[in-house]
Design a protein around this ligand. Structure first.
Ligand SMILES: Nc1ncnc2c1ncn2[C@@H]1O[C@H](COP(=O)(O)OP(=O)(O)OP(=O)(O)O)[C@@H](O)[C@H]1O
Ligand SMILES: [Mg+2]
Length: 466
C-alpha cells in the first residue's frame, strides 16, 4: 500500500500524456493514463489516486463532466483542468465544478510542477489543525458559512467575500488560508483603500532599487510576498481603474513585473478579495471592470450581518467580554442591557459590538454592565449600503423598536441657531433618499440629483456617508 502515489492523467493527445507522465515520474509520482472519459471512469473505478489532471475536450465528452463526477466520489480527489490558452470561461467553469486549479496550454512546466506538488502535499497531510481564528456563531447562516469555508479551502479558486462592514470578512479570509494547503505559506493582506495612488503599483507589484525617486532598495511587492501563500485584497472596490487593468493582467499571467524590472516574475498566490461595497453594482456603473470582477469572483461567500443572526449575540458577547477582561474579572450584562443589544440593528456589525462592549466595560466600573453603559444611539443609525443590507430583520429576529422607523427617516427638527447643521441634515437626507431610490447606484443617483458623479462622491465624503 505504500507504493508511490499515482496521478490519473486524462488527455487524448499522446504527446501531452507523455509530457505529463515524464514530469510526474521526475517528481517521484506514478501515473495512470487515459485517453477518453470512458477510460478515465474505468481507472477511477478500480484504483485510488492522489490527483487527477484532465484535458477539457475529450473524444467522448468534456473534462468538466469528469470533474463533477469526481466531486461525487466518496474519496476526496483533487482535480485540475488543462485548458486551451486564454479560455477563461472554461477555466472558471472548471473551478466552479470543483477543480482546485487549472493550467493553460501550452503547459508551462514550472506551473505544472507547482500545481502537482501543492495538490499531492495537500493530500498527504490532511489539515485538521485547530484554527487560531475563531468564527463564532451557531446560527444557520454562520453554520452554512463555516461549511462553505471548509469547502473552498480545499480549492485554489479565487474567492470574493462580501458583506457589510465589520461582519468578519477578514476573519473569513484568514480562516480560508489557514485551512488550505497553503497554510504553511504567507497570508498577505493588502488594504487597497489605504494604498496611496502613487505607490499602489510598486506596493502591489514591487520595484527595483533606483527605479524612481525614493526607491532606495528593491521591494518585492505584495504579490511576490504572497508566493506559495494567499494574497488577500481587502477593499478591492477602492482600486482605481488603471490598477484594475494591471491586477487583471497579473492574475491572468500569474506573473508580475516590478517597476523598473526587465522581466516578469512568476507568482503562485491564491487570491481572496473582499469589500463592503456592492461590487456588482459598481460593475454596472462602470466603476469596476467586469472582466476583473469575473476573475476575482469565481465563488462568492456572503458574510451575513449581525442583525440577521441575533441568536449568535450571547456567544459573541461572552467571547468579546472574556477577551477584553483578560486576567481580570469577567463582567456580565444585566437583562435590560442584553435586551437592548438584542434590539439594536448593529450597522457596524461585530466590530461595533466590540466597540460598544469595550466602552461599556470601561464605564461600568463594577462587574455588571447595565443598559446605560452601552450608550446606544437614541435615534436609529442609518443602515449601511451593502449587497446584503436588507434594512429589515427578515430572518427570524423579533421586530425591534429601533428598526421600525428606519424606512421613514425624517429630518431632525432644526436648531434655528445652527443653519449649517440644518442644511447639512437636509443634504444628507436628500442624498440618502436618492441613493435608496436608486438601489445605491451612485451613477444613477447623481443623475437623479442633477449633479456629476464626482460631485456626488465629494459630497458623500464631506458628509462622511461613504
Ligand atoms: N463570527 C465572529 N466570531 C468572532 N469574532 C468575529 C466574528 N465576526 C467578526 N469578528 C470580529 O469582529 C471584528 C471585525 O471583523 P473583520 O475585521 O473581519 O470584519 P470586516 O468584515 O473585514 O470589516 P470591514 O468591512 O470594516 O473591513 C474582528 O475583531 C473580528 O475578530
Ligand atoms: Mg476588513
Amino acid at each position: 500500500m505504500t507504493d508511490k502515489a499515482r496521478v490519473l492523467v486524462v488527455d487524448d493527445e499522446p504527446d501531452i500524456r507523455a509530457l505529463l507522465q515524464l514530469t510526474l515520474s521526475r517528481m517521484g509520482l506514478g501515473s495512470v493514463l487515459a485517453d477518453s472519459l470512458a477510460a478515465a471512469r474505468a481507472h477511477l473505478a478500480e484504483g485510488s489516486y492522489a490527483l487527477c489532471l484532465t484535458d477539457m475536450r475529450l473524444p467522448d465528452g468534456d473534462g468538466i463532466e469528469l470533474i463533477r463526477e469526481i466531486q461525487g466520489l466518496p474519496e476526496e480527489l483533487p482535480c485540475a483542468m488543462i485548458t486551451a490558452h486564454g479560455n477563461v470561461e472554461l477555466a472558471v467553469e472548471s473551478l466552479k465544478a470543483g477543480a482546485f486549479d487549472f493550467l493553460s496550454k501550452p503547459v508551462d512546466l514550472k506551473a505544472l510542477r507547482t500545481l502537482i506538488s501543492s495538490a499531492v502535499k495537500g493530500q498527504r497531510q490532511p489539515r485538521e489543525r485547530r484554527s487560531r481564528h475563531l468564527l463564532l456563531g451557531d446560527s444557520e447562516p454562520m453554520r452554512r458559512l463555516r461549511g462553505m469555508i471548509a469547502k473552498v479551502s480545499r480549492s485554489q479558486a479565487p474567492i470574493y467575500i462580501s458583506g457589510e462592514s465589520g461582519t468578519g470578512k477578514e476573519l473569513v479570509a484568514r480562516l480560508i488560508h489557514q485551512q488550505s494547503m497553503r497554510a504553511d505559506g504567507p497570508f498577505v493582506p493588502v488594504n487597497c483603500g489605504a494604498l496611496p495612488t502613487e505607490l499602489m503599483e510598486s506596493e502591489l507589484f514591487g520595484h527595483r532599487k533606483g527605479s524612481f525617486t525614493g526607491a532606495v532598495a528593491d521591494n518585492p511587492g505584495m504579490f511576490v510576498s504572497a508566493d506559495r501563500g494567499t494574497l488577500f485584497l481587502d477593499e478591492v472596490a477602492e482600486l482605481p481603474l488603471h490598477m484594475q487593468v494591471k491586477l487583471l493582467r497579473a492574475i491572468q499571467e500569474r506573473a508580475v513585473r516590478p517597476v523598473g524590472a526587465p522581466r516578469e516574475v512568476s507568482v503562485d498566490a491564491r487570491l481572496l478579495s473582499a469589500t463592503h461595497k456592492p461590487l456588482e453594482q459598481m460593475v454596472g456603473s462602470g466603476e469596476f471592470r467586469q472582466d476583473l470582477y469575473y476573475r476575482i469572483n469565481v465563488i462568492e461567500l456572503k458574510v451575513p450581518p449581525l442583525r440577521e443572526r441575533r441568536q449568535d449575540l450571547p456567544q459573541l458577547i461572552e467571547h468579546i467580554l472574556r477577551q477584553q477582561a483578560g486576567a481580570g474579572a469577567l463582567p456580565r450584562l444585566d437583562a435590560a442591557a442584553l435586551q437592548a443589544l438584542q434590539a439594536y440593528p448593529f450597522p457596524g456589525n461585530v466590530r461595533e459590538l466590540e466597540n460598544i462592549l469595550q466602552r461599556a466595560h470601561t464605564l461600568c466600573e463594577g462587574s455588571v454592565i447595565g443598559r446605560e453603559h452601552l450608550q446606544l444611539p437614541d435615534s436609529p443609525p442609518t443602515l449601511p449600503a451593502g449587497p446584503t443590507a436588507t434594512g429589515t430583520s427578515a430572518h427570524g429576529a423579533a421586530p425591534t423598536p429601533l428598526e421600525g422607523p428606519l424606512r421613514e427617516r425624517t429630518i431632525a427638527t432644526p436648531a434655528p441657531a445652527d443653519l449649517d447643521q440644518h442644511l447639512e441634515a437636509i443634504e444628507r437626507e436628500t442624498i440618502l433618499q436618492a441613493l435608496e431610490a436608486h438601489r445605491w447606484n451612485k451613477t444613477a443617483t447623481a443623475k437623479a440629483l442633477g449633479i456629476s458623479f464626482r460631485a456626488l462622491r465629494y459630497r458623500l465624503k464631506k458628509l462622511e456617508m461613504e
